[in-house]
Ligand binder design. Structure first.
Ligand code: PMP
Length: 285
């Protein structure tokens, strides 16, 4: 782990660095009962911070954890902790819950005694040069097989193996399909495509995260007069797209510059989406 400046709020106080949190008897260590969220602070801005704080509480409930913090309290703590950063580098905002107690006699049972941590760390905003995508052999689980509506740590080893596999074949990221074979998302973000002036993005079907940045970009593009269609999309749709871009809290809007063997250019919808997002972020200052 890069150990850039890090501040963590745990059990009522702020700590520097990476304080130890879970032991070998912790439910989270044993059974992966962790949820998290990710938001960003850059240029003094933290767009949609309220939505990210609300989502981490919903993610906790989806795993049977009982959130111990009001979303507004997480927001307030975030602004308190951000005072320790000078703003020269962007900050990643990561609230987390995990289960400490739970399970008995070796039986994986319901999580108990939910704990909370808010971790803030310096992490520069990545310049949106573009990235390459390849179709992953790994798939997104269905809501019946995993708690897909939660941003839960236990979902991410599957994303990681998709990314590792894609990188081994010389690509930056994976285009991950759902169990029906429709495009779901990338290993790290939501995905959009443009064809003949119409914007398309997979319709949320429970198999991928309906990202906060995704929802924001749809609203902003529609506000600017673009036709944005949420529907089932195939690999063939993406392979013949005029433009592809991804959305996520970490890097906001980033163009896809290659899909399999085909090169693509960052296009006008990508540029407008990114510009509209930054204008939205500045307006909320
Ligand atoms: N999909 C996955 C798998 C992600 O990890 C993320 C990042 N949280 C997203 C989509 C984008 O979601 P958001 O815009 O809410 O950050």
């Amino acid at each position: 782990q890069e150990m850039t400046r890090t501040r963590s709020y745990v059990d009522g106080s702020w700590h520097d660095g990476n304080p130890p949190l879970i032991g070998p008897r912790s439910h989270a260590m044993w059974l992966g009962s962790t949820v998290f969220d990710g938001a960003r602070w850059f240029d003094g801005l933290a767009p949609d911070l309220d939505a990210h704080c609300q989502r981490v509480n919903r993610s906790a409930e989806a795993l049977g954890l009982k959130p111990t913090m009001a979303a507004e309290e997480i927001e307030r703590l975030t602004w308190e902790g951000l005072k320790s950063f000078d703003g020269s580098t962007a900050v990643y905002i990561r609230p987390m819950y995990w289960a400490e107690e739970g399970g008995y006699m070796g039986v994986p049972a319901e999580p108990e005694s939910t704990r909370f941590c808010l971790c803030l760390y310096e992490s520069p905003m990545i310049s949106p040069a573009g990235f390459s995508l390849t179709v992953s052999p790994f798939r997104r689980p269905t809501p019946e097989t995993m708690p897909t509506l939660a941003k839960a740590g236990c979902l991410y080893p599957n994303n990681a193996r998709a990314i590792i596999e894609a990188r081994a074949r010389g690509f930056d990221n994976a285009l991950v399909l759902d169990m029906l074979g429709n495009v779901a998302e990338t290993g790290t973000s939501n995905i959009f495509m443009v064809r003949d002036g119409v914007v398309h993005t997979p319709v949320p079907n429970g198999c991928f995260l309906n990202g906060i940045t995704r929802q924001r970009i749809i609203a902003l593009l529609r506000g600017d007069g673009w036709d944005v269609v949420e529907r089932s999309l195939t690999v063939a749709d993406f392979a013949s797209a005029d433009e592809i871009f991804s959305t996520g809290n970490h890097s906001k809007v980033v163009p896809v510059t290659r899909i399999e063997g085909r090169e693509l250019q960052p296009g006008p919808v990508y540029r407008q989406a990114r510009e509209a997002y930054m204008a939205f972020a500045r307006a909320g200052r």
